[in-house]
Design a protein around this ligand. Structure first.
Ligand code: KIV
Length: 258
């Protein structure tokens, strides 16, 4: 799909959400963003392999056609290629997912090559790396100075050369993300990067208005479901307190005698 039809990618953490998204998405990403969005953590660093397996299994169950990709969480792959392979083998065997995603550029090239040579389809993730937030200095956009821009373009090239089938480019200034996309032969997926990327991903709860903590610049809200939920729950609470719910139509009648 490189330079052809744009790739549609959305995050999913549960079977019912996967079922709703599956007809429209090419890729369902079980992102470690679930740590913040689903579990209320302050960052993705507290996410575990068990969490990813539980949510990955649910998403695979809820989808039919989209490729389900599961994030490798922090600490489950950075120590060595062997550690990464053991984590991937568990995630792929237990969830039935199509592949995994991991964060990192040149530093992860050896691991990506090791995994792809052993049957693990790997999606890369370059630019802003949320798992490295404590060493990389926050969530601001990457590529603003010349040296960093050159490093990011190099990251994209080595990740592709190592065998990644695609890569997410996150939080990178537009001209640099554009150049990264042009520099690689595999599709790039944008989040806060460039419309020139070969596909787009958003965190589903962000685009549906279900996650109200903050709205990054790159998020477009396509619905306000958070407000709809509050309205519905408010109506339910009012009817329960006013003894208007349940009505007779919601109750089981006694069995009629013959
Ligand atoms: O964890 C995640 O959801 C992601 C996407 C934002 C790309 O990595």
């Amino acid at each position: 799909m490189k330079r052809a039809e744009p790739i549609v990618c959305l995050t999913a953490y549960s079977a019912p959400m996967a079922k709703l998204l599956d007809p429209y998405a090419d890729i369902l990403l079980v992102g470690d963003s679930l740590g913040m969005v689903h579990y209320g953590l302050a960052s993705t660093l507290g996410v575990t392999v068990d969490m990813m397996i539980n949510h990955g299994t649910a998403v695979v169950r809820g989808s039919e056609r989209a490729a389900v990709i599961v994030d490798l969480p922090f600490g489950s792959y950075q120590a060595s290629p062997e550690q990464a392979f053991r984590t991937c083998a568990r995630i792929m065997a237990e969830t039935g997912c199509a592949g995994v995603k991991l964060e990192g550029g040149r530093a992860m090239a050896e691991t990506i090559a090791f995994l792809t040579a052993r049957g693990v389809p790997v999606m890369g993730h370059v630019g802003l790396l949320p798992q490295s937030v404590n060493t990389a200095g926050g969530y601001g956009p990457r590529g603003r100075d010349e040296r960093e821009a050159r490093r990011l373009i190099d990251d994209a090239k080595v990740v592709a050369e190592a065998g990644a089938f695609s890569m997410v480019i996150e939080g990178t200034i537009e001209p640099v993300a554009r150049e990264m996309t042009a520099a690689v032969s595999v599709p790039t997926i944008d989040i806060g990067a460039s419309p020139a990327c070969d596909g787009q991903v958003l965190v589903t709860e962000d685009m549906l208005g279900l996650f109200g903590e903050y709205t990054p610049t790159f998020v477009k809200r396509y619905a306000q479901l958070g407000e709809a939920v509050q309205e519905a729950v408010g109506a339910f609470a009012e009817e329960v307190r006013g003894r208007r719910f349940p009505g007779p139509e919601h109750c089981f009648a006694a069995k009629k005698s013959a």
